[in-house]
Design a protein around this ligand. Structure first.
Ligand SMILES: *[C@@H]1O[C@H](CO)[C@@H](O)[C@H](O)[C@H]1NC(C)=O
Ligand SMILES: *[C@@H]1O[C@H](CO)[C@@H](O)[C@H](O)[C@H]1NC(C)=O
Ligand SMILES: *[C@@H]1O[C@H](CO)[C@@H](O)[C@H](O)[C@H]1NC(C)=O
Length: 211
């Protein structure tokens, strides 16, 4: 297992590490006989991640590290990279009863909201309107994980953000037969597909769950 962490670190420095944290912290709260084991991995992963330099001085997570120097590569701030870590830290706080993880999660969430929303508070990724096969999922990942953070430690501003995004999707980003598309502020653009639909649904479900 020691080598697993370093393989994860090398192959995909940011999202795989966040997912590793998220899975380990979830397991620590759910798999009784091995809770300590998973918690230990979740803590190791978070310690590595926070020391890695991927979180910049503005509390935003850039898209990786430079190959040789391992310094923050200044890469694009994507919504999903700011999202998964919120769920991981919330679970870590649950299993340790340590609120400092929630504090860090809120710093990242607030920085992300400042960086990724327009003047109406609607989320965007910089790839719009051409986000490719996976980019069309990103904002849903953020909304889903912001909901997890909010439910553990509510903040009116998070509920408002989710509600505004859901309302905007419904009013501006919907076509006949309730198809939902990529740009949550609108306009509806083609194609709307399983990726755009499920991502937008994540925002609707998160808003319903927090209202
Ligand atoms: C860093 O490594 C990746 C993966 O091997 C490669 O795609 C990329 O071009 C490299 N970047 C630089 C700046 O060398
Ligand atoms: C978001 O953060 C990145 C990285 O710090 C920065 O380059 C970009 O200008 C920011 N965008 C906005 C809209 O604040
Ligand atoms: C789904 O739609 C998005 C956004 O318009 C597009 O970028 C993506 O390539 C589409 N995915 C597939 C599998 O066609």
């Amino acid at each position: 297992m020691a080598s697993l962490l370093s393989i994860v670190a090398m192959v995909d420095k940011r999202l795989a590490n966040e997912l590793f944290l998220d899975v380990a912290a979830h397991l620590a709260n759910r798999v009784d006989p091995k809770a300590e084991y998973y918690l230990d991995w979740a803590k190791k992963e978070w310690n590595w991640f926070k020391g890695s330099g991927m979180i910049n001085a503005e509390h935003l997570i850039n898209d990786g590290l430079e190959n040789v120097t391992c310094k923050n590569n200044g890469g694009t701030v994507w919504s999903y990279n700011q999202g998964v870590v919120l769920g991981g830290l919330t679970e870590l706080s649950r299993s340790t009863q340590d609120k400092s993880y929630i504090k860090v999660a809120k710093r990242i969430a607030d920085a992300a909201i400042g960086n990724l929303t327009d003047s109406n508070g609607i989320l965007h990724d910089v790839c719009e309107p051409d986000c490719g096969a996976d980019g069309s999922q990103f904002k849903g990942v953020f909304a889903r994980n912001l909901r997890i953070l909010h439910q553990a430690s509510p903040e009116a501003r998070y509920a408002t953000l989710l509600e505004n995004n859901a309302n905007s999707i419904w009013a501006n980003d919907r076509a006949k037969r309730d198809r939902l598309s990529l740009i949550w502020s609108g306009p509806f653009i083609r194609p709307a597909n399983a990726s755009t639909q499920s991502s937008a649904m994540d925002a609707l479900v998160a808003a319903l769950a927090t209202s």
